[in-house]
Write a protein that binds this ligand. Structure first.
Ligand SMILES: *[C@@H]1O[C@H](CO)[C@@H](O)[C@H](O)[C@H]1NC(C)=O
Length: 796
């Protein structure tokens, strides 16, 4: 295994280097199969540095004149050698004695006149045609080439026993080049080839046909003659030549290439071939010369099934068209092809005849062809592609009597259907109609054969598919590619439709309905349309995506956005827009729901969790912290004995003693309580004022009781002292119980003012809120102050 791998890598390197040096090397899948292409490189001799592993060597089209043993001996694996179109004039076959695998040797188009005969037995293909041999280069060693299938030879003379050495071989193909053939007028030779499936004879391209030889061939199935030049005088020479060759019952195919003949001679050849066993007759590149006159022919019973004539040149300018076309229209064969000719017409056969297949591609036929022709009753296929037909109505009319017609191809003409409003006439049997590459518009749907199954309308000028008056119930395949359609067709009209081809139209916003309504669709091809990648397309892409792999041809590569600019070129497969951005109602509903949810949440928070209370408390807490930070120190230089003075009503004393005082004293704050710290003998107001002035902060516990019983002591004092001006942070108001506005007597101006400012702390009923409440109280006394205040107290 490892060794194999090494040799693979080795050969890759080798390929690379050799490519640089000598030209192109093709490596085959089997790593040892080397092909070296050195054709057309002006070589005068075989290069000595070819890769020794070379199996296929192409040195055709060079100037090599000699081959030597040393050129080939090291290429022991050589299988195929092409060295045609060089100048080799002498060859000793023993130079190949070390190429024991050589199977294919092409030496055609050289200047060989002579050769030695040490042939390699492995040869299967040996081509010595188009050389300068005088007589057939045949030696008895050819008889040993038991593998031989193809043999190409050339000669200027044919002698009776020339081919004797290969008489016992069963060949597939003999190519005999007789371009240089010449013979004295009187000489007539017999030549035995005996056994080949195909015989291809090539004559001189410009000389009148003059080969007089009797060739006897066994098992000949296919005869091919190239370069036949005939006039009325030597026509008989060809017929003579063919009489022996066409005798065998096996000859089914006969092909003539590059034939230049008079019309009269061509008709004689038909006459001669008709009773022969030939079934398929092909004539390619036919030139008609001299004149075309009326020829009388009565076609005998024939084995001929098909005549094909392609590429005709007519060098006769004045002649009777009827004389020409009668010969073809009266033929009693099944298949006739006449294509690429200057013929302008074809006649209706005189009586019901045998044509089943007529192919008249690429002529210049007009609408008048086969009009009112009632004798083509067996015709099944009629091809009139690439002619000069103009009127669809007349094409329909033409088919009227062709009661077996199933396939009609009138593509690549100039067909229109606009002039008539009346009903079109079509034979009902048509199942395939090819109307592609014409100039038909929407109106074509008013003029179609009713039972058509396959309809090709691609490359016309259809803008929309109207609902036809008559439904095409049987239509299975519709090709409307390369038109100007903006929409898919309606499947209600074609309910059997299974194949739709609608590429390269103007469909920008296809609707998804189509795919849903066409139940029988097996294949859709809709690529190369200018799709608008917007919301409307979304549904279509989705429905397409579901069936894409099975049904949609060319998906995804041919389906691209054309608009908007920023999506241009994007594959539909990759085009995504969200459901939300496409659906306005959905968008509005979503926004509405979001707003509603938000509102409900906020309301719920307010109702169940007293959000406003929290907000107020937090706001006050932050305010207090900020103020505490900004308080200048000298303000504290005043003689302060207490951190806080607490004033409250006797009714609230339980709360003060159990909740407020313990909490403050836990923070090591010194508190002035009027019943604890009051100096006897002084009036209440004096005591209060004394307390307030010795305290850093004053805390008032507000409740309806407090307002009623205690506040009277303060109202006057506050009115005269600026100590508690608005916004002062020395005053802390705690609202223990709500005080309705109307409970505050109107004389308490100061209290009313303070209450409206809402700078008090509310005592919350819920236990969970107490933490925040105390945090607010604590924030009013910061630690820094505590230290200074204590120091002051110690010092005093
Ligand atoms: C119709 O004719 C065009 C051109 O002549 C050919 O390419 C096409 O395949 C034909 N369509 C059918 C359905 O045979």
């Amino acid at each position: 295994m490892i060794k194999d791998k090494d040799s693979i890598t080795g050969s890759f390197h080798f390929v690379y280097i050799v490519t640089l040096i000598v030209g192109t090397i093709i490596q085959f899948s089997d790593e040892s199969e080397f092909a070296v292409d050195m054709s057309n490189m002006n070589l005068t001799h075989v290069p000595g540095d070819l890769p020794p592993k070379t199996k296929i060597l192409d040195m055709s089209q060079n100037n090599i004149s000699e081959l030597h043993l040393s050129d080939m001996s090291y290429l022991s694996g050589l299988k195929i050698l092409r060295i045609s179109h060089n100048r080799i004039w002498w060859l000793d076959f023993s130079i190949f004695k070390f190429n024991q695998d050589l199977e294919y040797l092409d030496l055609s188009y050289n200047q060989l006149r002579n050769m030695s005969c040490h042939l390699i037995r492995s040869l299967k293909h040996l081509d010595l045609s188009f050389n300068d041999f005088h007589v057939l280069p045949m030696c008895k060693e050819f008889g040993n080439l038991t593998q031989l299938q193809f043999l190409g030879l050339s000669a200027t003379k044919l002698r009776q026993l020339d081919l004797l050495p290969i008489a016992h071989l069963h060949l597939s193909y003999i190519l005999l080049d007789l371009q240089g053939y010449y013979a004295k007028e009187s000489e007539k030779r017999s030549l035995q080839i005996l056994d080949t499936k195909t015989l291809h004879l090539v004559f001189h391209p410009n000389q009148l046909f003059s080969v007089q030889a009797n060739m006897l061939v066994n098992n000949l199935g296919c005869l091919q003659l190239t370069n036949i030049k005939l006039n009325n005088d030597n026509c008989q020479v060809l017929i003579q030549f063919l009489s022996e060759l066409t005798r065998g019952p096996t000859l089914l195919n006969f092909t003539l290439q590059h034939v230049k003949t008079t019309w009269k001679c061509l008709v004689r050849i038909f006459n001669f071939l008709w009773p022969k066993p030939v079934q398929y007759l092909n004539i390619y590149n036919l030139t008609i010369v001299e004149s075309i006159d009326k020829e009388y022919i009565h076609y005998p019973k024939t084995a001929l099934k098909a005549l094909k004539i392609e590429h005709v040149k007519n060098e006769v300018f004045l002649f009777s068209q009827t004389a020409l076309y009668t010969i073809f229209s009266e033929m009693n064969i099944m298949m006739l092809t006449i294509s690429d000719t200057p013929f302008i017409h074809m006649l209706c056969p005189p009586s019901s005849n045998t044509f089943k297949f007529l192919n008249f591609t690429q002529n210049v036929f007009t609408d008048s062809v086969f009009q009112s022709c009632s004798h083509l009753v067996r015709l099944e296929t009629l091809i009139l592609r690439k002619n000069k037909l103009k009127d669809l109505y007349k094409v329909g009319l033409m088919t009227k009597h062709m009661t077996s017609l199933e396939i009609l191809d009138v593509s690549v003409n100039s067909l229109e259907y606009d002039k008539y409003d009346g009903n079109c006439t079509w034979v009902g049997s048509i199942v395939l109609l090819n109307l592609s590459s014409n100039i038909l518009t929407d109106s074509v749907f008013r003029c179609l054969p009713p039972k058509v199954k396959v309809l090709d309308l691609h490359n016309n000028r259809i803008r929309s598919i109207p609902k036809p008056i008559m439904k095409l119930e049987d239509l299975q395949e519709l090709n409307v590619a390369s038109n100007s359609l903006a929409h898919f067709p309606d499947c209600g009209t074609f309910n059997r439709l299974s194949v739709l081809i609608i590429d390269s139209n103007s469909i920008s916003n296809p609707s998804a309905d189509f795919l849903q309504s066409c139940h029988n669709i097996r294949s859709i091809s809709a690529g190369n349309n200018p799709f608008q990648c917007t919301c409307e397309l979304r549904e279509f892409v989705q429905s397409l995506g579901q069936v894409a792999s099975k049904v949609v041809e060319g998906w995804p590569d041919s389906y691209k956005c054309d608009y908007p600019e920023n999506y241009k070129g994007t594959l539909l497969k990759d085009f995504h827009v969200s459901q939300l951005s496409c659906n306005t109602t959905l968008l509005l509903v979503t926004i509405g729901v979001a707003v509603l949810v938000f509102t409900v949440t906020v309301t719920a928070l307010c109702i169940y969790f007293d959000l406003p209370w929290y907000l107020r408390m937090v706001f006050q807490w932050t305010q207090t912290r900020r103020r505490a930070r900004n308080t200048p120190l000298e303000e504290l230089q005043r003689t302060i004995q207490f951190h806080a003075f607490i004033s409250y009503s006797g009714h609230d004393s339980a709360w003060v003693k159990n909740e407020l005082v313990p909490c403050l004293e836990k923070e090591e704050l010194r508190i002035c309580l009027h019943e604890r710290n009051f100096i006897p003998g002084k009036s209440i107001v004096e005591n209060i004022i004394n307390c307030i002035e010795k305290s850093y902060k004053s805390i008032f516990v507000l409740s309806p009781n407090f307002v009623q019983s205690e506040w009277c002591h303060y109202e006057l004092y506050f009115a005269h002292h600026n100590l508690f001006h608005e916004g002062s942070n020395n005053l802390i108001l705690i609202l223990l119980e709500p005080i309705p506005q109307n409970c505050i007597p109107s004389k308490y101006h100061k209290l009313r003012a303070l209450m409206t400012q809402r700078t008090y702390l509310e005592w919350p009923k819920e236990k969970s809120k107490h933490g925040l409440f105390w945090a607010n109280i604590r924030a009013a006394f910061n630690m820094k102050l505590t230290l200074i205040a204590e120091n002051n107290a110690e010092a005093s």
